[in-house]
Design a protein around this ligand. Sequence first.
Ligand code: DGL
Length: 282
Amino acid sequence: MKTQTDMRIGVFDSGYGGLTILAKIRQQLPEYDYIYLGDNARTPYGTRSFDVIYEYTLQAVRYLQAQGCRLIILACNTASAKALRTIQQHDIDPETLRVLGVIRPTVESLSTEVMQGSKQSLHVGIVATPGTVSSESYVIELKKQNPALVITQQACPMWVPMIEAGEHTSAGADYFVDKYINEILAKDPQIDTLILGCTHYPLLLPKIRKALQGRSIRVIEQGDIVAKALQKYLQRHSEIERELSRNSSCTFLTTESEDKFQDSASIFLKEPICAKHVELAN
Ligand code: DGL
């Protein structure tokens, strides 16, 4: 049993994508101790059914809680869209564990800007996994904030597998980046804001920008948004913040082979890391 000041922050993703969130959280809040868990052996989640995504995500949440996490960020839009609410409502005791997602903070940050009128955005595009798109989570949340928004979604089923395979910088990846960007722009040529609604996608950003061909479209990445939202959350919840340990450490766990994860994650994070293999089960 972990003592009160020995609690860590868990960051979970189906694979490497959550590292784009973890890096920004650690920049913003370097003092805390983190555990990153990537379910790389079972990625992608985005093409799986609701039941499977829920089951896998719940296994990860339980595992991270057993490792001493008081707070877990689902750094995965698919898990946030498909599993977060059920887990919050049925599977955890908020007195001992809080689980947060990445969709709500993304929508809130965008709508704050829109509400403030600082950056006009009426045509919003969302690129995401098939699971996130079919959940309609972004559409529902954005419409709640501003019913006048014109929202267009595009599922990009090939992007996560390309990134997990380390092919995201290869010339071959251009084909699928261009394909999905062209498809969403054909559906709404007036898009002025494009949400990268999958935590893997920032790794494709140079190719996404190239595919946008100089159009003035604001591309929204989630890392900074989630990091700032977490900072505010901890300010609001001092009872949780007090329980967190502060050794600036990060432990990396993966369901894949340690070597494979270490090699890829070190490239994504631009620093050498050491990972431990774990098994997730009920
Ligand atoms: N990074 C996950 C997300 O944000 C990718 C999901 C997948 O494994 O397909 O949706």
